[in-house]
Design a protein around this ligand. Structure first.
Ligand code: PRX
Length: 634
């Protein structure tokens, strides 16, 4: 399902001398050439910058490809690199996190304070029986305890599975079940646009469905009344106040390839995939990419406005910024609460120098006009970033002019949950074209190819592939190695290439332009959803016999979902049923998956073999030509 494509522009934006002068990487071309000349030596050099309890014997093991292993035999722990090593240096008293809650409350964490909190939380988890290799599900809003819980799991070798706070009880239960988590960490609620999202109620429902959970740790955030089940539910602050929560905790020595986390993401089937990342390669990859692409220095105030519940937050809020010893901003709530200038106030107040966000947020804020940002001093900003979907040139230019004051380059970073970190992204010294992520990161060979694997000439659409392994790549789909092989490595099995699922094109200058997904994945406000998930959500309602979901371009959200439902015999469609189905999806998946439009139909366009032709539905919804209908069943 491809999104609306912004055609390549010939518009160039050259970095200023000031930007070029301070860039950590001043010559991308030379670095890229060097990396490709000897990929293993290149990653070896980057890995040396981290702490290892024991060095690796081999940088890359390809013997069981596509189950690649990186830094074989190396011993490390990502939490050691993010915290322990900093508290032994001057960074101990440097601010790691400046946090602001939606109601306006504030918290700051130096590396020292964060390290102590993580140690305490790790000891609490141990007291609940969590051991190395155990999975812990985390379901929380954007609060410091979310970061602390993730790092605490990593510290003791437990594998976290963070479920985004916008998912419903069913989605949460499925993920608990798949990961087989016995411990869950949550909060009573989360603030969103002045309202409370009642997370603990959702957890109670989910645990009722997945009784495998033995203990629930609850952070008090909103303070409203919640039910606590004795013997199962514990207040976080109670346990953190007990002597068992000592601020000292030995960091578990992990093998480079030991799992760090599972993060569920949507694919082409109804069942979300548990993407698995590891301690070693992921640490090296995320920290190197962040440092070079966003040029992060010790005196920066870095703000990635994503949610830690998604990969952007995992890599570029929780892990990479702390590994490189940055100071970062985390804000809990909505960008337009209480007014559309909340973000710009935060930028001015905290002197944000690097702001990394998504096109959907940019377009959303752009709608309110220039007066809101212009009211604030945004002069501290020196770099901007975008991720999650193609950025249309209009939004790019607004971001560049009104927020970046024409002096801050925009790092448009293309990557995926599976890739762990940026794959195609500029660096501040690289000339930009609005809407293009420019060129691959050093060590990455990306290409656009046809179905036979032949490189497409400039200007021709094809499949975006990655032609070799990289340290931050997913290692498997949790519990389903066959699906991992089939999904990512079967299309170009002979060549051993990784299939991204995106279609793209390259231009004459070798710049990459992402067109969008070419599988049945939709990006709604930058969130990744599978049409199959929405469809199986709809057919699980007693009134629906069959359903088809498609993504339709939308000015602000990138795409919205339209759904077509065939009802069971004897059921008639009504506006009430539309509302009931929307509500059903809200509970089955979450508010992000609710279709904007639900239409009742008597038939769905299908191929003779019974596959729904979503392309036809999409063409009809958008008024585009329907294309070749020869395979359409009569
Ligand atoms: O289609 C691409 C789009 O987001 C997909 C990956 O989604 P997810 O795993 O949720 O990760 C999002 C955050 C990394 C990709 O297959 N995408 C991501 N970044 C960009 C993008 N499309 C265009 N430009 C980008 N910068």
């Amino acid at each position: 399902m491809s999104q609306e494509f912004s055609p390549p522009t010939s518009e160039w934006y050259y970095p200023s001398d000031a930007v070029k002068k301070q860039a950590i990487v001043s010559d991308y071309e030379a670095l890229y050439r060097k990396s490709m000349a000897d990929i293993e030596a290149f990653w070896d050099e980057q890995a040396q910058k981290l702490h290892w309890f024991e060095p690796w014997e081999k940088v890359l093991d390809t013997s069981d490809a596509p189950f690649y292993k990186w830094f074989v035999g190396g011993k490390t722990n990502i939490a050691y690199n993010a915290l322990d090593r900093h508290v032994k240096t001057w960074r101990r008293n440097k601010l790691a996190i400046i946090w602001e809650g939606e109601p306006g409350d504030k918290q700051t964490y130096s590396y020292w304070r964060l390290w102590r909190e993580v140690n305490k939380c790790a000891n609490v988890l141990k007291s609940l029986g969590v051991k190395k290799g155990d999975r812990v599900t985390i379901y929380m809003g954007r609060i410091p305890e979310l970061v602390i819980s993730m790092l605490a799991c990593a510290k003791i070798g437990a594998v976290h599975s963070v479920v985004y706070g916008g998912f419903s009880e069913h989605a949460l239960a499925d993920r608990i079940e798949d990961a087989q988590s016995k411990v869950l960490i949550t909060a009573d609620g989360a603030w969103l646009r002045g309202n409370i999202v009642k997370l603990k109620d959702i957890v109670d429902e989910a645990v009722h469905r997945s009784p495998i959970v033995e203990s629930v740790l609850v952070v008090k955030r909103t303070g409203h009344d919640v039910k606590m089940q004795q013997g199962r539910d514990y207040w976080y602050h109670d346990l953190m106040g007990l002597p068992i929560a000592s601020p000292q905790c030995e960091t578990t020595v992990m093998d480079a390839e030991d799992p760090l986390f599972i993060l569920y993401t949507s694919g082409t089937t109804g069942k979300p995939k548990g993407i698995l990342h590891t301690h070693g390669g992921y640490s090296v990859y995320t920290s190197t990419t962040l440092q070079w692409v966003f040029d992060v220095k010790d005196d920066d105030r870095y703000w990635c406005a994503a949610d830690p519940g998604w990969i952007t937050g995992h890599s570029y809020i929780v892990y990479a910024p702390l590994i490189i010893g940055a100071t970062e901003i985390i804000y809990e709530g909505a960008p337009n609460h209480p007014y559309p200038d909340r973000w710009w106030r935060l930028v001015a107040e905290y002197g944000v120098t690097i702001l990394y966000t998504a096109p959907t947020a940019i377009r959303g804020l752009m709608r309110f006009g220039d007066a809101w940002p212009n009211r604030h001093d945004l002069s501290s900003i020196r770099l901007l970033g975008s991720v999650g979907e193609p950025i249309n040139p209009e939004a790019w230019r607004w971001f560049h002019k009104v927020i970046g004051k024409e002096k801050s380059p925009i790092m448009d970073t293309w990557w995926q949950t599976e890739t762990g970190g940026f794959m195609i992204a500029p660096m501040p010294s690289v000339p930009l074209k609005p809407g293009s992520g420019t060129r691959p990161f050093p060590g990455i060979e990306a290409d656009v190819v046809d179905e036979h694997g032949v490189s497409c000439p400039p200007g021709v659409d094809g499949n975006l592939v990655i032609k070799g392994p990289w340290p931050g790549m997913l290692r498997t789909i949790y519990g389903d190695p066959e699906r991992f092989k089939k999904q990512y490595f079967s299309a170009y099995e002979k060549q051993g290439w990784y299939l991204t699922g995106d279609s793209a094109r390259k231009d004459e200058d070798g710049y990459f332009w992402i067109i969008g997904r070419n599988d049945d994945v939709i990006k709604v406000s930058g969130y990744r959803l599978g049409t199959a998930e929405v469809e199986s959500g709809l057919v699980s309602h007693p009134a629906v016999a069959e359903a088809a979901a498609i993504g339709v371009p939308d000015d602000v959200r990138g795409n919205v979902i339209y759904a077509y439902c065939m009802l069971k015999a004897g059921v008639t469609g009504s506006p009430e049923l539309v509302d009931a189905l929307k509500d059903h999806i809200r509970h089955e998946i979450g508010p992000i998956a609710v279709p904007t439009k639900i239409e009742f139909v008597t038939a769905l366009p299908k191929t003779r073999s019974g596959k729904i032709m979503r392309r036809v539905l999409k063409a009809r919804a958008t008024g585009a030509p329907e294309g070749d209908l020869s395979t359409l069943e009569e």
